[in-house]
Design a protein around this ligand. Structure first.
Ligand SMILES: Cc1cc2nc3c(=O)[nH]c(=O)nc-3n(C[C@H](O)[C@H](O)[C@H](O)COP(=O)(O)OP(=O)(O)OC[C@H]3O[C@@H](n4cnc5c(N)ncnc54)[C@H](O)[C@@H]3O)c2cc1C
Length: 394
């Protein structure tokens, strides 16, 4: 359940292995503008293993070979992907709706794949102590879907998590994000993804005709920001990235979406008949733009472990813990790094009353000798324990 990155990739891989797979997605389309856009080298390696990378790169996207930040008056390089030994030495920025459409185009080639949009799962169906399917609401009424295995990939507000009595442990997050667009103009600086000035930080994603902007605020700070008025907010934006001064006047609070940032994870990712993957098992912060990629790594691990037994019609309940064992450590490590960056760096920037300057750590990264520059890029681009398709799936 859930036609996000985790659900679509798991379903595509299982269908490719000949297993009857049905995705239930509550929305009628993939228009999810409020979610990340970044497809990392680890995901493009997977697309290469599947033979889909050529088509992916044909579709409109931007390529980020380096991640640079404009901090105060200085520009620093945080990661340079040109040293990676991967198929794609860059991060591809593609709106998530386009990425999900791309995945659907490839998945629906398999006769064993099907998807039902506008179908909202509301509760599990239980039989003899295990999850045997789900009940879902559709435009035409309620339906029951019976399955050998239910994969809950329904994101960080997973209904099956609630309904099964699974409560995630929060790692905490001191930030929220405001999400809005500003027009992109000829001559705009394109080198820096992050812009940091006294007390403010924003990330700008190049979407061709416009900038998709993530403006970081202290957790729960949106009401105070609105109370200060739109002119004060426009000033904050221009103070952070001065070149927006010629177009920020048109921005209204109605155009600004609040995205509540959460980092949490389940203690146990499964029960008999049911497996949680992606944000449903572990909600990710936007830091590093890693959530889509981690969700997809979960999908690959699950398909590697489960596809053989599922295709032979064997029970898989005894294997679900192995999926968690495989993916829990990379999740913990990634969340710890995200929480540390949020706590040490982002919170510090938001509280600071001083002009922003790159700290010692960022200056060191910027000045790493060439042979070491691949280290931060590798951690960001490939993550911890990158997954590859098993011989059965390749
Ligand atoms: C502000 C913000 C910015 C981010 N930016 C990035 C980024 O740039 N790069 C990055 O990699 N990650 C980013 N992330 C994280 C990333 O969006 C998630 O980690 C990733 O989308 C998780 O994928 P998923 O498939 O597990 O869940 P989701 O993407 O949340 O997908 C869940 C799917 O399930 C569907 N669904 C939900 N409930 C039901 C139901 N009851 N029945 C049927 N369907 C249901 C939803 O409609 C959705 O399609 C960001 C997160 C936030 C909060």
């Amino acid at each position: 359940m859930g036609g996000g990155p985790a659900g679509m990739v798991t379903a595509a891989l299982l269908a490719r292995a000949g297993i009857e797979t049905l995705v239930l997605e509550k929305h009628g389309d993939f228009r999810r503008d409020f979610r990340g856009d970044s497809v990392h080298p680890s995901t493009m390696d997977l697309l290469g293993e599947l033979g889909w990378l050529g088509d992916f790169l044909q579709r409109p996207h931007q390529e980020l070979g380096r991640i640079r930040a404009h901090i105060g008056t200085e520009e620093v390089t945080l990661a340079d992907f040109s040293h990676l030994s991967t198929r794609a030495r860059f991060i591809a920025l593609m709106p998530q709706r386009d990425f999900l459409t791309f995945l659907l185009d490839h998945a629906r080639v398999f006769p064993t794949f099907s998807i039902r949009m506008n179908t909202k799962v509301v509760e599990p169906i239980e039989h003899e102590g295990r999850v045997a399917g789900v009940r879902a609401e559709t435009d035409g009424g309620s339906i029951n879907v019976i399955a050998d295995l239910v994969i809950a990939a329904d994101g960080r507000r997973s209904v099956l998590r609630e309904a099964s009595g699974f409560h995630p442990r929060s790692v905490g997050s001191p930030i929220d994000v405001l999400w809005f667009r500003l027009p992109r103009r000829e001559g705009d600086p394109t080198e820096s993804l992050g812009w940091v000035q006294q007390g403010h930080l924003m990330v700008m994603l190049d979407r061709g005709a416009y900038w998709q902007i993530a403006f970081v605020i202290p957790k729960g700070g949106f009401d105070a920001l609105k109370a200060a008025g739109i002119d004060a907010f426009r000033r904050d934006i221009v103070n952070t990235a001065p070149f927006f001064g010629d177009r920020v006047h048109a921005l209204r609070f109605e155009d600004v979406k609040l995205l509540v940032v959460t980092i949490d994870r389940l203690k146990r990712w499964w029960r008999e008949g049911l497996l949680f993957l992606g944000d449903a098992a572990h909600a990710m912060s936007p830091v590093g733009g890693i959530g889509i990629n981690l969700a997809i790594q979960d999908a690959v691990a699950a398909a590697n472990i489960l596809s053989g037994p599922l295709s032979r019609g064997e029970p898989v309940d005894g294997l679900l813990a192995r999926v968690q064992e495989r993916r829990e450590l990379p999740t913990r490590v990634t969340q710890t790094v995200q929480a540390t960056i949020q706590g040490l760096f982002l919170r510090g920037v938001l509280k600071s009353g001083h002009p922003a300057r790159p700290g010692t750590a960022l200056r060191l990264i910027d000045r790493l000798p060439t042979f070491l520059q691949g280290v931060p890029a590798r951690l960001l681009g490939l993550g911890f324990r990158p997954e590859h398709l098993s011989a059965l799936l390749a």
